[in-house]
Write a protein that binds this ligand. Sequence first.
Ligand SMILES: *Cc1c(COP(=O)(O)O)cnc(C)c1O
Length: 222
Amino acid sequence: MSARENLETIRAAIAVAESEAGRQTGMVRLVAVSKTKTADEIRPVIAAGQRVFGENRVQEAQSKWPGLTAETAGIELHLIGPLQSNKTADAVALFDVIQTVDRVKIAREIAREMEKQGKRPALYVQINTGSEPQKAGIEPKEAGGFIELCRTDLGLEIAGLMCIPPAEENPGPHFALLAKIGRDNNIDVLSMGMSGDFETAIALGATTVRVGSAIFGARQSI
Ligand SMILES: *Cc1c(COP(=O)(O)O)cnc(C)c1O
């Protein structure tokens, strides 16, 4: 199957999941995760009408997206991988959405860069719903305090939440937890669900799903 055909399949599956969940058709946004894929592999997906893309590395995104966005208007680029502080300026300059605000230091640096560049990407806070020691993200019990600090002390608008459930677990409880943290903090945008579990995520309230391999095919590496 071509990436274009895969994209159609995923769009149709999203529509079914929306309808089964009693959610409005077309309300779930699809972020096509293009990490490790070349500009030539991405172009057919853009040609098929997809405009929202996710990348997990700042440097890799810098090497391919300025060219692609010059070719096609209206591309929206999301950072979905961990942000290192020495890449904050580049990330604020390149991305429309940073989904991985995951610590006070990075939130401060983003705030400073936004001020300096006069550019304000939308920000989502990443929540470590499985409290995995090796995984980025704010601990669920600290989410309220962190969001409050971002809003009040740093003047940042927090537009959404994102999570990556533990690979070995049923993702459902993690999606439900993210939805609860959203309700508790008046945050409507929930970025959750990937190729293997986006339908479950939609059933549990995802407003944004991040799908890579089901569109572009398997990756050699991540
Ligand atoms: C790679 C990645 C995805 C996409 O994963 P697939 O299983 O290929 O759909 C989604 N979210 C994040 C944060 C990723 O790093």
